[in-house]
Design a protein around this ligand. Sequence first.
Ligand SMILES: O=P(O)(O)O[C@H]1O[C@H](CO)[C@@H](O)[C@H]1O
Length: 298
Amino acid sequence: DAPRDQICLSCHDEYQKTADWLMSQTKHRPQVAIICGSGLGMLADTLKCQDSFAYSDIPGFPQSTVQGHAGRLVFGELKGKTCVCMQGRFHMYEGHSLCKTTFPVRVFKLMGVETLIVTNAAGSLADGLQPGDIMVIKDHVNFPGLVGLNPLCGPNDDKFGPRFPAMSGCYDKGLRCVAMEIAKQLGVASLVQEGVYAMVGGPNFESIAEARLLHRLGVDAVGMSTAPEVVVATHCGLRVFGLSLITNKVVKSYEDSDSVNHEGVLEIGRLRSHTVQQLVTELVSRMEINNNNTNNAV
Ligand SMILES: O=P(O)(O)O[C@H]1O[C@H](CO)[C@@H](O)[C@H]1O
């Protein structure tokens, strides 16, 4: 059997309790959820009429333990859409089960969220992706998932989705097209390109041999998050958009003396926060929610 801690049977009952608690604490009923990656928590600052809660006060929520992840859930309005923003996400390497790592996604679903935006910091393997660039995620390789470390392991909860969910096209093409259009209109097209994101377990960064393997496999950027959230979101029918802020070049040469560290990752987040904020804000403003007829809607 899969390790017990990967089959969090207790989560089944927790989702609704957490959703009910949150809905008793705020009048906001979010349509869009945003998960902020390392150093990208400032996305929540754009929300108006905020209600925010420390993860430690939310029943059933795990705790963020990584620098650059504030650990607050922020509800508010953004360009006419009601949003909920996670300032700080959970990672498998922190010791959270994948059920807990993805716990917020199902809570958002139960609160009525229709679209999930995931952001992360990632290292670049592709020659054309430089630190400071933004990669619109076209698809992902979920390495832990390939070996059974998957949040959907265990009894399937038919209330959320099927036993065997399809993952092809899990990053919504319509949203990706609009994001690329927005990048042009913002004058940052040179910074933005589509690519494939790979999740590794972490918390160590890649060895040179691992970097070269990932590159050979056609991966453009690598991180330690995002894929589990997207699997659970796709399973329960949320539309997904993802972006990676490229924070470093992954070392692929034995001659290269560079090395990556988390402080450098967070620094790029500070440098690029405004551009990421602009892109996400404009994307949200163009989203069609509940079949409203709006121009350029997706
Ligand atoms: O994926 P996010 O949460 O953005 O963080 C990325 O940056 C951290 C490493 O610096 C890792 O947690 C990696 O996953």
